[in-house]
Ligand binder design. Structure first.
Ligand SMILES: Cc1cc2nc3c(=O)[nH]c(=O)nc-3n(C[C@H](O)[C@H](O)[C@H](O)COP(=O)(O)OP(=O)(O)OC[C@H]3O[C@@H](n4cnc5c(N)ncnc54)[C@H](O)[C@@H]3O)c2cc1C
Length: 428
């Protein structure tokens, strides 16, 4: 890996997401050697992926080079590497570019889509967890409309214009809102010779309310916003299968569709070598309040991959950006204390709330003390997302895009740059 040996302890971080980057920033001021490994050379701002899928933003504006984030830190090394295994007995990790020894290891590998073992859904549905997946979805949506224009079979045309989104968490809700706006504002202009009234957007949720992690008032308001936009909401409906043509559910409801988007679950992106006793049912790594593995005190996990289990919090924190950022910072301070021989301080999550947007001028925001919805919530949503986006250039570009799209009722990144073929899925 071409990494020099120094007299300072070596801390290896796997993953340059929200958790890994916030840890790295704190460690930049310590007498340690830090090696950050990621299988991508960029940080991906996942909350805006749905805008890439729906042509609202270019992918480059939500990605940021990890080397650029770290370039001012002299104690840092970055390697583009996919970590395949951890050998905790030898303090060694195995990657596709070679092995590396560590003194302390921090796993910040995030999460991946959970298909709950259904290979048919995994093969045939679209996911939206990475930038390549978001681009695939963008291409498929546009290809569907091009094909719908050509087909003479009405049933085929209806299936091409029928979108089924499974999972009504923030991702599903935001995507449904964006597709509804495309149907209303863009398709009639782009495809004047296509009956765009045939476009259906179906949001399917197994539980009895959408945005179930948010307050009831947020759920009700978001549902009203979506219904106003023409989205069909199917509650208490659990998708059981999708063969590429028909979505079946646990009720009599079925959908004929060329596009099912799976936003119904995530699981920890764990790495081979972690003992089964350290893994939760959702494949997250179980850690104590210091983000430390019980079996290996020099291995830590932070962010989505970490299930911080305490008596008051037996199921871990939500898989969201804030817990990841806060755990990264806290572990940075704790590693400093560890090296100074001081006792570690426990991680305490400061819940700053949750939010989701449902299209133009509409969002729902739950803060610890206030809950609000509508236009003001939408401005707050935009401000918060711009604030946490990494990179000044990205913030400016996203802001300009949003202003332009708002004034022009447009989404100009509706481009089929890389045609989507289902067999390409393994490339991600
Ligand atoms: C579509 C979508 C919308 C979301 N919207 C919101 C939102 O509105 N608000 C919110 O708070 N949260 C949202 N989230 C969740 C939020 O993005 C995650 O909670 C957050 O990214 C977790 O940060 P992390 O650092 O743990 O993991 P990640 O940000 O996922 O980073 C993990 C990193 O590890 C790397 N990696 C993984 N495995 C390996 C390996 N074996 N070898 C090398 N590198 C590896 C990955 O390439 C990645 O860079 C959303 C997520 C998605 C997918």
């Amino acid at each position: 890996m071409n990494i020099n040996q120094t007299s300072n302890p070596r801390i290896v971080i796997i993953g340059g997401g929200f958790a890994g980057v916030s840890l790295a920033k704190v460690l930049s001021k310590q007498d340690v050697q830090v090696v950050l490994l990621d299988k991508h050379n960029y940080h991906n701002f996942q909350p805006l992926l749905y805008q890439v899928s729906t042509g609202g933003l270019e992918p480059d504006s939500i990605a940021y080079p990890i080397r650029k984030i770290l370039q001012d830190y002299s104690n840092f090394q970055f390697r583009l590497a996919n970590v395949s295994e951890i050998d905790s007995a030898k303090n060694n990790i195995i990657t596709d570019i070679g092995d590396l020894k560590y003194d302390y290891l921090v796993i910040a590998s995030g999460s991946e889509t959970n298909y709950f073992g259904n290979t048919s859904i995994e093969t045939n549905s679209m996911a939206m967890k990475t930038i390549p997946q978001a681009l695939n979805l963008r291409s498929l949506i546009l290809e569907n409309f091009e094909e719908a224009l050509l087909t003479t079979n009405l049933q085929d045309r209806i299936a091409l214009m029928n979108f089924v989104i499974v999972g009504a968490g923030p991702t599903g809700v935001e995507l449904a809102g964006a597709l509804a706006e495309i149907k209303k504002g863009i398709l009639p202009k782009d495809y004047p010779d296509l009956d765009t009234r045939l476009v259906q957007i179906n949001l399917v949720q197994s539980g009895n309310r959408i945005l179930k992690e948010m307050s009831e008032v947020a759920s009700e308001k978001a549902e009203a916003f979506l219904e106003n936009l023409g989205v069909n909401i199917w509650k208490n409906t659990r998708v059981s299968n999708y063969d590429g043509k028909t979505v079946t559910t646990n009720t009599d409801v079925t959908f004929k569709t060329a596009t099912m988007i799976w936003a119904a679950g995530v699981k920890g992106a764990s790495i081979k070598g972690i003992h089964a006793d350290d893994l939760s049912r959702s494949n997250r790594i179980i850690v104590n309040e210091f983000n430390q593995l019980k079996t290996c005190p020099n291995i830590f996990a932070i962010g989505d991959i970490a299930q911080v289990e305490t008596a008051s919090n037996p199921n871990g924190y939500p898989m969201m950006a804030q817990p990841a950022i806060q755990q990264g910072k806290q572990l940075g301070y704790n590693l400093k204390r560890l090296l100074e021989g001081l006792p570690l301080t426990p991680f305490i999550y400061k819940d700053k709330g949750a939010m989701a947007t449902v299209g133009r001028n509409k969002a729902v925001v739950d803060m610890p003390k206030f809950k609000f919805q509508g236009v003001f919530a939408w401005f707050v949503w935009m401000f918060v997302h711009l604030f946490f986006l990494i990179g000044f250039r990205n913030r400016i570009i996203v802001f300009i895009n949003w202003v332009y799209n708002y004034i022009r009722f447009d989404r100009e990144a509706r481009l089929i740059i890389r045609p989507y073929k289902k067999k390409l899925k393994s490339d991600e």
